[in-house]
Design a binder for this molecule. Sequence first.
Ligand code: ADP
Ligand code: UDP
Length: 236
Amino acid sequence: MEKKEQLYEGKAKKVFATEDPALCIVSYKDDATAFNGLKKGTIAGKGVVNNRMSNLLMRLLEQNGVPTHLVQELSERDTLVKKVQIVPLEVIVRNVSAGSFAKRYGVPEGIVFDEPTIEFSYKCDALDDPLLNTYHALALKLATKEEIATIERYAFRVNEVLKEYFLHLGVRLIDFKLEFGRLPDGTIVLADEISPDTCRFWDAETGEKLDKDRFRRDMGGVEDAYREIFKRVKGE
Ligand code: ADP
Ligand code: UDP
């Protein structure tokens, strides 16, 4: 399957049409942004790590009852996926306080929750992805009640599977963001990516951050962190 015209260029990926209208190719870049594009940079090798890691995790999720957009990894940076209509919600699951949660509620990072939390943001760069609840999502017709129920069920299932998986690799899954899409028949599937760009990973022994927070917070060692988490996922 070959790339045809470019349909979209985002902050971290490009999306191309293919000869099959039901499929597209996502191509992962090394470009990195944070704070809704305010901070820009590149992370050498990030595209390769995110592409391959996301595919590996999506395969694992498929085996554990979560349908995904993944069709086939084509190369280091390119993957064939089912073309979906993205549900414009960023679905965030948290096990431990960090980032905007810690800031919003005035608590330190690192508080372990008794139960995971879920929240939604309206995926809209112009509005800076505002937080919303399910009533707001319904009022704005972003998704139906049934779709939201399905999305919540899958999101918590993703958390169970990945939390367990990463713990075996000596990594704590702190929080992550998911995106879901609709296939032409209306089926909801997990889309976009699962990577150090979209998850917080803390080393279980040292607490070292192995994710994009190193870039967001100018901590240095960004490339090394992406390499390290990928090495563990590959089982090296
Ligand atoms: P952004 O749009 O936030 O800058 P990216 O650079 O990652 O993000 O761009 C990838 C775009 O492709 C995102 O808007 C994402 O919602 C969309 N996308 C992800 N998976 C699919 C898919 N299977 N079909 C169609 N669009 C997708
Ligand atoms: N996240 C993401 N894209 C976004 C916002 C958040 O992938 O646009 C991920 C982020 O990497 C983290 C989780 O979602 O793993 C929770 O992020 P948070 O709400 O704490 O926001 P941040 O601190 O990144 O602004």
